[in-house]
Design a protein around this ligand. Structure first.
Ligand code: OAD
Length: 238
């Protein structure tokens, strides 16, 4: 950990995936028993699936929305929030592929949720975005009469906030990636992009991710055990 340069000039971008929320009890996607071993993603997470059978898609997202009320941030989420609060203003940005709200509930503020948020719904007609975790039933509608959809990026759709993500990566000197298999693009390409723009790269994951070749430092293990130690060693150098 000492060999990773970190001081008050460091500009850090963190990219997280499902693995950071695993110890909180949120399912990952591709691990044994993960969501994509139980559900066919083409039946629940594409625009075509929603057009063909919105009821089935809503049932899948209602199950995941309801689960949010039963889980809490874990030490990995809290460690990142503490790091953000300790670093100089504007030197920390968090990009997450996760659609849960655990980073926010841990106290992180500079969050770019590139795959959307379970806690929001969007009208397919007027585009209004509403924040709610209420049980909306299986075919909810907006006041304008349009059907509501989860405010989630489905396969085949463009991730959100890509300009802000691009800016953050260009400015960073250190890129930390946590709990992601590194197979879903464009998120999986952000590590290579950060390295190409000169950032030092660090990974924390249970198993080596697909894009491990782009990591300068790799810590294998559980995020909730490794991140608090890593963050404390960085905070001690601020
Ligand atoms: P995956 O399920 O593909 O990968 C989770 C990664 O976390 C794996 O590499 C695990 O080894 C690792 N992991 C599991 N438990 C861990 C722990 N306690 N500590 C550290 N690492 C752990 O999830 P993502 O990479 O996030 O997209 O998936 C990317 C996207 O694919 C998701 O955002 C979602 C999915 O389809 C959409 O729905 C658009």
């Amino acid at each position: 950990m000492e060999t990773i340069p970190f001081d008050r000039a460091t500009r850090l971008v963190v990219l997280t995936g499902a693995g950071i929320s695993a110890e909180s009890g949120v399912h990952t996607f591709r691990d044994k028993g993960g969501l994509w071993s139980k559900y066919n993603l083409y039946e629940v997470a594409t625009p075509e699936a929603f057009a063909a059978d919105p009821r089935r898609v809503w049932e899948f997202y209602n199950m995941r929305r309801a689960q949010l009320g039963t889980v809490e941030p874990n030490p990995a989420h809290h460690a990142l929030a503490k790091l953000e609060a300790t670093m100089p203003e504007g030197h920390f940005a968090l990009i997450t592929q996760n659609v849960d709200d655990l980073h926010r509930r841990a106290g992180c503020r500079a969050i770019l949720q590139m795959h959307g948020e379970l806690a929001k719904v969007r009208c397919t007609r007027c585009g209004t975005i509403t924040e709610t975790l209420e049980d909306l039933g299986v075919l909810p509608h907006c006041d304008c009469g349009g059907m509501l959809r989860p405010h989630i990026v489905w396969f085949g759709e463009v991730p959100m906030l890509m300009d802000e993500i691009d800016d953050a990566i260009r400015a960073c000197t250190l890129f930390l990636v946590v709990g992601t298999s590194g197979v879903v693009y464009p998120a999986a390409g952000l590590l290579a992009q950060a390295k190409a723009s000169g950032a030092r790269t660090v990974g924390v994951n249970l198993e080596a991710p697909d894009n491990v070749a782009y990591l300068d430092h790799f810590f294998q293990g559980k995020a909730d055990e490794i991140l608090p130690k890593l963050v404390e060693s960085w905070i001690s150098r601020l």
